[in-house]
Write a protein that binds this ligand. Structure first.
Ligand code: TYD
Ligand code: MG
Length: 455
């Protein structure tokens, strides 16, 4: 017997599909996240849902697939192009996520106004009126000439319009306000977001339009229904405000056309977003004198080195179970490093609270931060400031060995460029010829690194 209704229940957290409603998603364990997803009704008396009766597909040799000579479009923002992996790809879909007020609409408006001068572009605004957008564009003194705008939330209308006008770049702000008429669910629900995005992505592939979708972030920091969009889109970027709200970081979480975890930095000014070509400089604003527990490390961000300060505070704990708090670092890694410090460095921190913080709201997910974090902890514990012109990077192994990390030469060059004169690095990363004016100390073991501090 044929099924009467075609619907599935989709988990808003993990995107898993279930045949019937249940209180807890059996895939990811989240409670109360399932919502009904109605599949568009099959045409009356049409083909069955199986493959019997479907038309034959077209198969081609990969070598014979034609590729346009210039598939990338520069956005006019070097930082954005970098995060995209070298500009916008024709027919691709980029999702730009962020909290309200992060600057998504501002960034895309600036990009479209610049691109509009040379290629046809269309800005679909579902949240603001064209008057509001025009007002902002005028205030930012953007070139308005080529930009076409449409206030619309119906996915069908947007698709039909885009199909007729074929813009090279299409911005839809935002995916959460879109609705397809044949889906009986409210805008913003998993069903609507998923189907609207799917139709727009299909359209982009068909017409070779670069599609930029704006997505809002829930308070847990996830895009509403992130997993339901993740497999459709080619590139997922997240725009985040820094703690003091002056800077914005743009990071790629998924990219079919470039490196992931690439970081672009912008400053929010009264004239909109400006790119920051030298991000190290903004994370390095330190006071005149250096306190114990502070050290600059060179971390690897996407495809380039970044200088950031790490701070540690070690203090006698009033608790039976001393605290280990890591901000911008992985907590388990800090616990592991402290164990290595005890076993191979001979430092007893069992009765001390240890706090470690990466300054500027930067999150470090690579092992190159191990050695600098340990050195900062040692400096705080001994209450002895480290030299101001010292930098460090390197991975620390469980046996206390200091292991090399990728990009050693580039990291040293970046540090030398910013005036650092001394570096403690893994011996495997120490170059035959150090950058001019820099004293590079290669170490193989934690004990050597601690000795280098005293030397
Ligand atoms: P907006 O692009 O509307 O954010 P989103 O679309 O991500 O919700 O950005 C609005 C914020 O940016 C708001 O807090 C004000 C600030 N802003 C400036 O500081 N300067 C500017 O020139 C503009 C346009 C916005
Ligand atoms: Mg907006």
């Amino acid at each position: 017997m044929a099924r009467k209704t075609a619907s599935a229940y989709v988990c808003g957290d993990c995107g898993a599909e279930h045949g019937k409603w249940q209180g807890q998603c059996s895939d990811c364990g989240a409670w109360n996240t399932l919502s009904e997803f109605r599949l568009p009704a099959a045409p009356a008396g049409g083909a069955p849902r199986g493959f019997a009766g479907a038309a034959d597909g077209r198969v081609t040799r990969l070598a014979e697939v034609e590729v346009a000579a210039e598939p990338r479009l520069a956005t006019g923002f070097g930082e954005l192009d970098l995060v995209l992996g070298g500009g916008l790809v024709t027919g691709s879909c980029v999702l730009i996520g962020g909290e309200p007020g992060a600057g998504k609409s501002t960034l895309l408006l600036q990009v479209l106004c610049r691109l509009g001068a040379s290629v046809p572009v269309l800005y679909v605004t579902g949240e603001e009126s064209p008057q509001q957008v025009a007002l902002r564009a005028r205030r930012l003194e953007l070139p308005l000439g080529g930009l076409e705008i449409m206030a619309e939330t119906s996915t069908e209308t947007i698709c039909a319009t885009a199909l007729r006008r074929v813009p090279r770049v299409l911005v839809v702000d935002s995916v959460q306000v879109l609705h397809c008429d044949d889906i009986g669910a409210a805008p913003g629900t998993v069903s609507q977001v998923r189907e609207s995005a799917a139709r727009l992505v299909r359209l982009a592939k068909q017409t070779g339009t670069a599609l930029l979708l704006v997505g809002h972030v829930t308070k847990e920091g996830a895009l509403a229904g992130p997993k339901v969009l993740e497999h459709m889109i080619d590139c997922s970027l997240m725009l985040e405000a820094s703690h003091d709200n002056r800077f914005r970081t743009l990071r790629s979480h998924k990219n079919r056309f470039g490196a992931v975890n690439e970081l672009g930095v912008f400053a929010m000014t009264d004239r909109g977003l400006r790119e920051v070509a030298n991000p190290s400089a903004i994370f390095l604003q330190r006071g005149e004198d250096t306190a114990a527990g502070s050290l600059v490390m060179v971390v690897w961000e996407g495809t380039r080195p970044l200088l950031v300060e790490v701070q540690a505070l070690v203090d006698a704990s009033p608790l039976g179970n001393p605290r280990r708090v890591a901000v911008g670092l992985e907590g388990n890694r800090l616990a592991m490093l402290l164990a290595v410090l005890h076993r191979h460095g001979g430092l007893m921190l069992g009765d001390q609270d240890v706090f470690a913080n990466v300054v500027g709201g930067v999150r470090v997910a690579e092992t190159g931060a191990d050695l600098p974090v340990l050195l900062a902890v040692v400096s705080s514990f001994r209450d002895r400031p480290l030299a101001r012109q010292l930098v460090a990077f390197g991975e620390v192994g469980l046996t206390g060995e200091i292991r090399p990390v990728p990009g050693g030469q580039e990291r040293l060059r970046e540090a030398a460029k910013h005036g650092f004169t001394r570096a403690i690095v893994p011996a495997g990363n120490a170059p035959k010829q150090a950058p001019a004016g820099m004293d590079v100390i290669g170490v193989r073991h934690l004990a050597e690194a601690l000795a280098a501090l005293d030397g």
